[in-house]
Ligand binder design. Structure first.
Ligand SMILES: C[S@@+](CC[C@H](N)C(=O)[O-])C[C@H]1O[C@@H](n2cnc3c(N)ncnc32)[C@H](O)[C@@H]1O
Length: 376
């Protein structure tokens, strides 16, 4: 399967669309606001005429505009307080070619009209450009971008790990990601693919970022260990369980299930830091982590899920908004309703063990100066 060609969030505005189910990602965007402000302050100190920002894996939901508005507000606040000329902003929206760029262009035009009316002469001019392509390759000319932002995206690999499907034999039968039934070889292949991809990501950005105040602000799903009840092993394992039940009932072909693996990896912090160090271009300025309930609508901090059935449906809708196009391209559209209804029930059952939470990593990276980069 060519992942880059089939992968996209579920479009439109329906109940299971990404636009209606991206509250978890919104939390990460809100968390990174102070880092966005810090970067803008650093860059604006040099009184630039223009500021170039790129949102990598922007998708087409409301969070895309939230990031854009954070940047514009930070520039507005800083320049107003320091009585400084506001720079023009070149704002690049990147995602894979199947992304619904039309929707996000329409939303950004509406947003521009709204803030032009609100701010009048005080308006921060910005120009939005779409950049289709994989962020695991070069996307911009050398030394041309001040800030890279990427939220909830780099845990998606460029492809299913190389070596998982060897000459017709499937190394991860009955599973769709690393799970208790997977061999250590499977976990190894996933880690190797993540190492290759994340290094390529950093290498490409190191060429494109403007040295000095330039920063990368990244958030993505990580893991503390493999076994915690909120681990991604369970998130995906409960979908695999539903698929296996459908195989037994003759609704899904066994071979199809055995040949399906997700191009996804949630690294540990040690793995991330070791890749950053090995790649060698960047220095980790700040690291934060936070927990986020699986159910995007559950805002409480306790460990008890009040309405497990509702939470199961919420999580299932959220996961469907991210994976439906990918799963449908492999198994066909016909299984989708049934699959995600079974998945919701599996999640509900899982929630009797406690409240599962995702672990989110936030990284703030700057380029090492040349001397440091050479010395490693
Ligand atoms: C879960 S969405 C996050 C979207 C948005 N940043 C947010 O916070 O709501 C992940 C996005 O990353 C994109 N993506 C995944 N792999 C990519 C790649 N290699 N290059 C560019 N975009 C990619 C997907 O198409 C998807 O739109």
């Amino acid at each position: 399967m060519n992942f880059e060609r089939v992968f996209q969030m579920l479009g439109g505005g329906g109940k299971t669309s990404y636009a209606k189910n991206s509250q978890l990602q919104e939390k990460a965007v809100i968390k990174i606001k102070p880092l966005v402000e810090e970067s803008i302050q650093q860059i604006c100190k040099t009184i630039p005429e223009k500021l170039v920002v790129a949102d990598l894996g922007c998708s087409s939901g409301p969070n895309t505009l939230l990031v854009l508005s954070q940047i514009i507000n930070a520039v507005y606040e800083y320049c107003t307080q320091s009585s400084q000329q506001k720079p023009e902003i070149q704002y690049f929206l990147n995602d894979l070619p199947n992304n619904d760029f039309n929707n996000i262009f329409q939303l950004s035009v509406q947003y521009e009209k709204k803030i032009r009316e609100e701010k009048g002469d005080d308006y921060v001019p910005f120009y939005v450009v779409g950049v289709p392509g994989s962020f695991y390759r070069r996307l911009f000319p050398s030394k041309s971008v001040n800030i890279f932002h990427s939220s909830y995206s780099v845990h998606w690999l460029s492809q299913v790990p190389e070596g998982l499907e060897e000459e017709g034999s499937h190394l991860n039968e009955k599973e769709i990601y690393i799970n208790k039934g997977s061999s250590s070889i499977v976990a190894d292949l996933y880690l190797k693919q993540f190492m290759r991809d994340f290094s390529d990501f950093l290498k490409s950005r190191s060429k494109e970022l403007i040295f000095g105040a330039g920063r990368i602000i990244l958030s993505f799903l990580g893991r503390a260990d493999w076994q915690s009840i909120g681990g991604l092993l369970y998130t995906w394992g409960l979908i695999a369980e539903a698929l296996n039940a459908m195989v037994l009932e003759g609704l899904v072909e066994e071979d199809k299930l055995n040949a399906f693996n997700l191009p996804f990896y949630s690294p540990s912090m040690e793995e991330v830091i070791s890749i950053i160090n090995m790649e060698g271009s960047f220095q980790l300025e700040k690291v934060q982590t936070f927990d986020s309930n699986w159910d995007p609508f559950d805002l409480s901090n306790d460990n008890f899920v009040e309405d497990k059935s509702l939470s199961g449906k919420n999580v299932s809708n959220y996961m469907r908004s991210i994976t439906e196009p990918l799963i449908a391209s492999h198994f066909g559209n016909d299984i989708i309703e049934d699959l995600f209804s079974r998945y919701a029930k599996n999640i509900t059952r899982h929630m009797f063990a406690g409240k599962p939470k995702f672990l989110v990593f936030i990284l703030f990276l700057k380029l090492k100066d040349e001397e440091q980069a050479i010395c490693g």
